[in-house]
Ligand binder design. Structure first.
Ligand code: SF4
Ligand code: SF4
Length: 250
């Protein structure tokens, strides 16, 4: 039997301009949350690029680049949406065993540092935005780098989370020693795929939108393995994804 394929034209207007329109062939096969991540990464990059172009037109310089020698943003508490958790967990599981063990070890080191500071339980039980800010600050001050940082550069750069793509600054990188200071000028983006994918997952799973801190990636994926196995009709899922991706400004 032939698989139904729908050609969907994507044309997105943002306050920073229009993304080049694209035709996407979507097969009507059953897809899970992790399958939404690659198309959303493309949308995320397009939206972020428009925001960076806007800043450059204003004469600003973007301080961020791959392998930034300061690299301190990789000590921040990175929020992941459920689709990203499953996507990254599948990526880790697919690594050669030596590399996989190395990543597991780095997650364990991070976890130990958090336990010593009493941060694990706090991070698990964040209830408000104010509380999140305080804990994120405490986490940053711990000074432990993300398990995916390798020799000063992101080892998963093409796969990195939406939050990492969406965090760009125009202030000098010296300020990154304290990312919570008033000196930091973040580039505003018109739509956040972190938020869109969390809301979409919330609707699909009939739960409030959730953001999972990077250090809890492996255990959250384990505890929610049943959600990773859930599938929806591909065309319908893609259309829901587009609704959340382009439907609301941040
Ligand atoms: S946020 Fe700061 S440390 Fe991170 S890449 Fe940008 S300039 Fe470098
Ligand atoms: S995923 Fe990559 S860019 Fe993001 S915090 Fe980790 S090392 Fe840095």
């Amino acid at each position: 039997m032939m698989t139904e394929i729908k050609i969907i034209t994507i044309s997105i207007e943002t306050p920073d301009g229009r993304l080049p329109s694209a035709k996407v062939k979507v097969p009507n096969i059953a897809l899970g949350l992790a399958d939404l991540v690659p198309p959303m990464q493309k949308l995320c990059d397009g939206i972020v690029n428009l925001a960076l172009q806007r800043e450059r037109r204003k004469g600003e310089t973007i301080s961020c680049h791959k392998g930034c020698e300061d690299g301190l943003c990789c000590c921040q508490l990175v929020p992941l949406s459920p689709p990203e958790v499953f996507y990254l967990e599948a990526f880790i599981q697919g690594l050669p065993s030596e590399k996989r063990s190395q990543i597991f070890t780095l997650f364990q080191i991070l976890r130990k540092a958090m336990d010593q500071k009493g941060l694990t339980e706090k991070i698990r039980n964040i209830e408000s935005t104010d509380e999140h800010q305080l804990i994120a600050y405490e986490y940053f001050r711990m000074g432990v780098f993300c398990p995916f940082l390798e020799e000063g550069a992101c080892s998963i750069y093409p796969l990195r989370p939406f939050a990492c793509r969406e965090y760009n600054i125009t202030s000098p990188s010296e300020f990154c020693a304290d990312p919570f200071s008033k000196g930091i000028r973040k580039v505003k983006i018109s739509r956040s795929m972190t938020t869109a994918s969390a809301r979409l997952a919330g609707e699909l799973c009939n739960q409030p939108p959730a953001l999972i801190p990077m250090p809890l990636l492996l255990e959250w994926a384990r505890e929610n393995a049943a959600i990773a196995q859930q599938k929806w009709p591909g065309i319908w899922l893609f259309e829901r994804m587009m609704f959340y991706a382009i439907g609301e400004e941040v």
